[in-house]
Ligand binder design. Structure first.
Ligand SMILES: CC(C)(C)CCc1c(C(=O)O)[nH]c(=O)[nH]c1=O
Length: 311
């Protein structure tokens, strides 16, 4: 069974990887992902220029239908991940480096550092990064998105993708796709967590996480329908040269299969990785192969982006 894919000249023997932020802050965590059976790539925790401890108190919680988090960008700082990349020689599993500056200036400075470095992997710009106070996250501010990409591509020549927040209005799919199609992006990764959800602990009548009064990003089963819609909506609108990484709601091989049907080239796993650890990739891979066998598919190309409508 052929599970290969390619993005920007990088070839992936397997199409699963971690969602940035999950099991990828430290070298130990990253090495466990690299060594895991079933991963075709790995991505680092979104970096800021300097190390950050992130939010204090309980900042992640598993829920019956997924997860909620307000980590607050805990990471070891860009140079730590560039150093890991400099010592990274696994030709079989390309490395993605994620960045999420707290300002546009920070993002551009990090891209300039990466451009000047020996880094030879792919870069993911996390557009859920905050914008100027009082304005929504960058991914929800279309002018800010256009501006940072315009500035980035004046100097950045390495493979660049963007991590997108979920959209919920078809007009927003049209608008963001029109912006992204104007740039030589290697890929989009959709979706990031569904922002600012709130859940209640019925035993204590309290929220589930400490930061932000309990407001946090939602992941897992409850976001699958939103992930499928964003992957498919973007696939239908983006230039074929821009590949798609599908993220959100993956618990089984069938969920991986569905994201591929919707148009995904690679599939990233967050909440399920947090809950099961790196062994999840071997399970998902074998379940995907079993599903493909049921359909007599030997190649992903036979069903990628082949979702059928009813009419
Ligand atoms: C939400 C931000 C802290 C601005 C970015 C980092 C991030 C976090 C996080 O570090 O809290 N959690 C997510 O589910 N997605 C993210 O992109």
């Amino acid at each position: 069974t052929n599970l290969t894919a390619s993005i920007a000249g990088f070839h992936f023997q397997d199409l699963l990887l971690n969602a940035a932020g999950v099991h990828c802050e430290t070298t130990e965590e990253l090495e466990a992902l690299r060594k895991a059976t079933g991963t075709g790539a790995l991505i680092t925790k979104s970096a800021t220029p300097k190390p950050r401890p992130g939010n204090s108190g309980l900042r992640y919680q598993d829920l019956p239908l997924g997860s909620i988090n307000s980590m607050g960008l805990p990471n070891q700082g860009l140079s730590y991940y560039l150093d890991y990349a400099n010592h990274y020689h696994d030709q079989q599993k390309p490395l993605f480096l994620s960045i999420a500056g707290l300002t546009q200036a920070d993002n551009l400075a990090m891209l300039a550092d990466i451009q000047a470095s020996e880094f030879t992997g792919l870069v993911e710009l996390n557009l859920s990064c905050p914008n100027v106070p009082g304005k929504p996250q960058t991914g929800y501010d279309f002018e800010a998105t256009r501006q940072i990409l315009t500035k980035a591509f004046t100097f950045f020549t390495k493979p660049l993708g963007v991590k997108l927040p979920p959209y919920f209005d078809l007009a927003h799919f049209d608008q963001i796709a029109a912006i992204l199609n104007a740039f030589p992006l290697a890929y989009v990764n959709s979706i990031n967590s569904v922002g600012n959800g709130l859940m209640i602990d019925s035993k204590t009548d309290t929220v589930m996480i400490a930061p932000k009064g309990g407001f946090g990003g939602l992941g897992g089963a409850m976001v699958k329908a939103t992930a499928l819609a964003n992957v498919h909506g973007l696939r239908q609108r983006l230039n074929p040269t821009i590949k798609v990484i599908g993220t959100g709601g993956v618990q089984s091989g069938r969920d991986v299969y569905d994201l591929i049907l919707a148009g995904a080239d690679l599939v990233a796993v967050g909440t399920s990785l947090h809950q099961e650890g790196p062994a999840v990739f071997q399970r998902l891979r074998s379940e995907l192969i079993a599903e493909m066998d049921r359909k007599n598919y030997t190649e992903v190309d036979q069903f990628r982006n082949r979702l059928q409508t009813l009419n």
